[in-house]
Design a protein around this ligand. Structure first.
Ligand code: F3S
Length: 411
């Protein structure tokens, strides 16, 4: 790696211990990945956010970097909080867990994080432009940034992302290099209509399994999928596989045509996905069916105002079944807006609980003893069994609402 004079000075510790450590880590990572240099970035999104995944070591590492004087030099946002930010006691969060979560919060706040606590920072707080280099960690947001916005980021990891935030730089590797962004696998979507809502995460799940870390070029997507549809597709693809970038022809800025997406290269592989594949994928995402609806969880990735409003319309004033927990996860800005719109009050009167700034995967839900969870999220379906210890029923948002009202899980 070629370091500039300023970078060499940072590595020599001339600007303090935190930048020195950040330079040491990033230059080593750059060397391993054969990067020639560090490049400037416009923003960072962190994943050292929840005690459930950071554990003691992560909290102590964040505290140490803050103590060393680590300060973010570019706008730096952060993934969801490790517990309900408004009512962690009401969410049955253990006291000892809450203490560690607050220590983690304190450390990243001292470094200057923008405390959005959301996995959808691109909905207003951290929205990179086409072609901009950023260093993000949250896999769903990384896939969205590359695929939908045309920004450039690798899947960063905890601590490395903090180093990027301190230096405002990242090694020039992977997705930051144009020739690495060319499509590799041609995927023909053979569904002769706009996809239904549940088919977007199911397609993402299918793509993740099929592609692994390869770059797919999806042809045949009809209509104009909404940002929320693409969000759910990217999140599922980045969970069931290591998808960082998809070229959806007509959607991805770098894929106005399939030829452009492949960058003049021949595809390495080709496959077809049709309606029956999506239905089979949906069935494979479920580990159980039917029975009592114990826990209905929406908002992975965090629900937008539009999605919460749709649930409100679907519910239409009906009450949630007394034996069912119906929780929606969203960031505090979306919650503030739906409160101003009167929607929060109406949802709560129906028995829906809004869980602020956290999610079902990274906050402790075990104290509730749920045996199964019903969700419209492909990512949640993938991680739920391991992270929440529940069976999963993946369903459309409308079916989730009906399950919450009837108390009966979809078959
Ligand atoms: Fe976001 Fe949690 Fe899902 S961080 S993408 S809501 S697992």
């Amino acid at each position: 790696m070629i370091l500039s004079k300023e970078e060499q000075a940072l590595l020599n510790g001339e600007q303090g211990e935190a930048p020195r450590m950040a330079m040491e880590i990033l230059s080593k990572i750059g060397e391993i990945n054969e990067a020639e240099r560090l490049i400037p970035i416009h923003s960072v999104h962190l994943v050292l956010h929840a005690y459930k995944s950071a554990f003691d070591a992560g909290v102590e590492a964040a505290e140490k970097i803050a103590y060393m004087g680590g300060k973010f030099s570019v706008p730096t946002t952060i993934d969801p909080y490790g517990m309900d930010a408004e009512d962690w006691r009401g969410a049955k969060t253990p006291e000892a867990y809450a203490v560690m979560q607050k220590r983690l919060e304190d450390a990243v706040m001292r470094m200057g994080v923008i405390p959005v606590w959301t996995c959808t920072p691109y909905y207003g707080f951290n929205m990179p432009k086409y072609g901009e280099n950023v260093a993000w960690s949250e896999s769903s947001a990384v896939a969205f940034a590359n695929t939908v916005l045309g920004a450039r980021t690798n899947r960063q990891t905890a601590i490395v992302d903090i180093c990027c935030g301190i230096l405002g730089k990242t090694p020039e590797t992977g997705m930051h290099i144009q020739s690495n962004r060319c499509g590799e696998v041609r995927i023909r979507l053979e569904v002769d209509r706009d996809l239904k809502s549940w088919e977007y995460p199911a397609l993402g799940y299918w793509l993740g399994k099929k592609l692994g870390s390869r770059i797919g070029v999806v042809e045949g997507m009809r209509g104009s999928p909404s940002p929320d549809h693409l969000k759910s597709l990217c999140a599922a693809a980045a969970a069931s596989g290591s998808v960082t970038l998809l070229h959806i022809v007509g959607v991805t800025p770098e894929a106005r045509t399939a030829e452009e997406a492949f960058g003049g290269r021949a595809p390495l592989d080709a496959c077809v996905v049709n309606e029956a594949d999506l239905l089979r994928t949906r069935q494979s995402m479920c580990t159980t069916s039917g029975g009592r609806a114990e826990f209905v969880a929406l908002g992975c990735p965090h629900y937008s105002v539009h999605e919460i409003r749709r649930v409100h319309e679907l519910l239409n004033g009906r009450k949630v079944h007394p034996q069912t927990a119906f929780w929606i996860y969203a960031n505090r800005d979306a919650i503030r807006l739906i409160e101003k719109m009167g929607i929060r009050q109406s949802l709560e009167a129906s028995g829906v609980v809004l869980r602020a700034e956290t999610c079902m995967i990274i906050s402790p839900v075990a104290p509730w003893g749920f045996k199964s969870m019903i969700t419209d999220s492909g990512k949640c379906a993938y991680y739920g069994p391991a992270e929440c210890g529940t069976d999963i029923i993946f369903a459309d948002a409308a079916e989730c609402v009906e399950a919450a009202v009837s108390g009966l899980a979809p078959m």
